[in-house]
Ligand binder design. Structure first.
Ligand code: ADP
Ligand code: MG
Length: 236
């Protein structure tokens, strides 16, 4: 029996008169990498925004086979969901380590501010250790003390992934992780996503068809907010 982590049922989102998503249903099971593809403006990022509480959807969401109310952004980490943003979305004037520690805030018992500002040395050390580990997963531990601004783009993409993974999510949403990367970084990313999918099931938006075709178990194709095809990469 497969273990269903995430299910969306007939999800719709509109912005004024524009229907960005129309009755989209999809499932993500444990261990899976599921691709979400389609042209610009199809509604892919909006689907991630719906799951992350950044827009107001209609329809239903279930986590771990239980219907829940739509998550608020601050509830995501506790619910076992993490995402990366299209682009990079790090804080340029913070260090790499601080950026990743922000992703670990669900572990900060006295609150993130108190832990990161050093009011609570015990928790600060724990968050730091978690963040350093997450940086090691993406081969970037040696960048911990650097400012994000000073780093090459492909490295910042990896750090954004570390920030998403540091909360140890069951569900990882990746929005165009290969965007702007060259072939070597893409090869690394393919292998990395395959490896982490054993712990965190992955829903990935990606334009690089070679990535989607080589790592996804299943794919959904969105066009004008609607699922127009779904199945294995071969079927699609
Ligand atoms: P994709 O990620 O597939 O390229 P998006 O989900 O970003 O597409 O956008 C889907 C549609 O919704 C587009 O027409 C876009 O302009 C519109 N849209 C997305 N976010 C907003 C928003 N916050 N306000 C108004 N329109 C939006
Ligand atoms: Mg997008």
């Amino acid at each position: 029996m497969t273990s269903q982590l995430l299910a969306l049922d007939e999800v719709s989102v509109s912005f004024g008169g524009l229907a960005a998503l129309k009755d989209v249903s999809l499932k993500l099971n444990a261990g899976e990498i599921v691709g979400l593809i389609g042209p610009n403006g199809a509604g892919k990022s909006t689907l991630f925004n719906a799951i992350s509480g950044l827009v107001n959807p209609t329809g239903e969401i279930s986590l771990f086979d239980h219907k829940i109310s739509w998550p608020k952004p601050h509830e995501l980490a506790q619910l076992g969901i993490s995402r990366t943003l299209q682009g990079v979305g790090l804080f340029n004037d913070l260090s790499v380590l601080e950026n990743v520690m922000i992703g670990a805030s669900k572990f900060a018992k006295g609150g993130l501010i108190s832990a990161t500002l050093g009011f609570d040395k015990g928790h600060e050390a724990e968050l730091k250790e978690r963040a350093l580990n997450a940086l090691a997963w993406v081969d970037c531990r040696h960048y911990a003390d650097r400012e994000v601004e000073s780093l090459p783009y492909p490295i910042t993409k990896r750090i954004a992934i570390a920030r998403a993974l540091v909360s140890e999510p069951k569900i990882l949403l990746l929005d165009e992780p290969a965007g702007g990367l060259g072939s070597e970084d893409i090869a690394w990313l393919n292998q990395f996503i395959k490896d982490i999918s054993r712990k965190s099931a992955v829903l990935i938006v990606e334009h690089h068809m070679d990535v989607v075709m080589s790592i996804c178990n299943r794919i959904y194709v969105l066009n004008f907010g609607e699922v127009i095809a779904s199945g294995t990469p071969q079927e699609v």
